[in-house]
Ligand binder design. Sequence first.
Ligand code: NAI
Length: 246
Amino acid sequence: MRLKNKICIVTGGGDGIGRATAVKFAEEGAVVAVADINEKAIEETVNIIKQKGNMAEGFKVDVTQKDQINEMVSKIMENYKRIDVLVNNAGIVKDAQLYKMSDEQFEQVINVNLKGVYLCTRAVIDIMISQNSGVILNTSSIVGLYGNFGQTNYAASKAALIGMTRTWAKELGRKGIRCNAVCPGFIATPILKSMPEKVLLTMEEKVPMRRLGKPEEVANVFAFLASDEASYVNGAIVEVSGGLII
Ligand code: NAI
């Protein structure tokens, strides 16, 4: 029960890595706010958590919409009076090679993956500062570190998260707040559906472990980073990729 009674928000908690993280955090004793744009997905995650006898509440939130984020934060503060952990996990892909990419594709990905993280963190940061404690976890990607074919927009958004993570680690460490990022490799979730089967097989072959990751394997790292066991881990960029880039 490493997260006993911690109040945690997981954005994009409806599916994939976010769902696995919400479930894991709740198993570790947290009260989890499952924030997602997809109502049905929220309901499914909340049901999984409640069926295990753990605590969760769903919030329909688009991370690009400040009003919706603020409304969720106000409700959490009314009910629980604090916010201990924010996992910025909501993310999308809109792939195209640079010469085919539309401005819309570029802007949509930057809005969700980068501005969404800024908006969500901005909405909780005064609360964490006044508590003199808190944990911010950002979901970057190995693509943010090394780039990827067809992902100008996505790579830019994920690289930017590394810059923000390190900046926040520097600004907020003295205020009792830790900020870290996780860089997953290729993890078997619905986001990979848009990738051709052939590309995925090639990726698997490149991984020293010869398989894709499971969402739970990223969730386990988030759980450690969110917990007091990681009390001196700040500004870290943790790869969870099965050793893809070595
Ligand atoms: P997913 O597609 O399975 O889940 C993403 C969730 O975010 C969905 O439930 C979706 O409804 C939600 N979402 C999308 N736009 C939203 C918005 N505007 N507001 C609120 N919620 C929104 O994706 P997956 O794989 O679980 O990805 C989670 C994070 O991990 C993303 O940031 C992704 O970029 C990152 N990641 C994933 C990798 C992978 O191989 N699956 C690798 C590296 C990073």
